[in-house]
Design a binder for this molecule. Structure first.
Ligand SMILES: [Ca+2]
Ligand SMILES: [Ca+2]
Length: 232
């Protein structure tokens, strides 16, 4: 009788994941088997706890060195140390562009890219995404994969300056402007970009402004400043 009922209870444990010997057992059998089962269960639980602790320790050990690496870019209060102004270029309108990219291929002279959002007058919500790719420029309106995304700012409030670590060689930096109508609607690409470049003795400054209306009314919805110092 006890055996039968034990068998039944283990089956119910297997099928329903329930603990056996709660009910419907002869009292002393329930007590003795229940006690040894409780001990076994607490050992099992302890084993699971040790397993969890080990898993956490392994994760921490794996992630720790990544956390100690220098950040790819830093935010700073100071402006990029540009030299004297050499030449101001005409404003360029790119009515079908959704992003703007800056490119350098100089392996001998290191460069450093700085950028900041400096405002915008928009009805819609704005987003700037910054990509850095160790490669030449892609075709217009094509962005690198998400793995190359270095910064994402989801409004057009003025920010401090961000700067990448200096690099040398072939690099392209993409500045992508997006907008959305409400906080829950999907992000969509900007309808156009306007860029004004100024050359300095040690680099270039670009004033980049995105348009969020297909009527291309004012090109002032999301405004960025991008500087490439070279030499750094
Ligand atoms: Ca976009
Ligand atoms: Ca506009």
């Amino acid at each position: 009788m006890a055996e039968l009922s034990l068998h039944w209870d283990i089956k119910s444990l297997l099928i329903e994941g329930k603990r056996p010997f709660r009910r419907s057992q002869p009292k002393n059998l329930r007590y003795s088997l229940g006690t040894s089962l409780l001990v076994a269960e607490s050992m099992k639980r302890r084993g699971r706890l040790y397993g969890l602790v080990l898993a956490i320790a392994a994760t921490v050990l794996l992630v720790w060195p990544l956390g100690l690496q220098a950040p790819a870019q830093q935010s700073t209060g100071s402006a990029p140390p540009l030299g004297s102004r050499v030449r101001e270029y005409e404003m360029i309108n790119m009515p079908t562009a959704t992003a703007y990219s800056v490119y350098t291929a100089n392996a001998m002279t290191p460069h450093q890219v700085w950028y900041r959002v400096y405002g915008g007058d928009a009805l819609f919500r704005q987003r700037m995404r910054v990509y850095q790719e160790n490669a030449g420029p892609r075709p217009i309106n094509q962005l690198p994969p998400e793995s190359e995304l270095k910064e994402e700012i989801t409004n057009n409030n003025a920010t401090r300056w961000y700067r990448f670590v200096p690099e040398a060689g072939v690099f392209t930096y993409y500045f992508d402007g997006d907008n959305r109508l409400t906080a829950s609607s999907p992000w969509r690409d900007a309808f156009g970009v306007k860029v004004k470049r100024t050359r300095y003795t040690n680099g270039n400054r670009y004033e980049v402004a995105f348009e969020d209306q297909d009527s291309l009314d004012d090109f002032d919805d999301l405004k960025l400043e991008v500087v490439i110092l070279q030499p750094v």
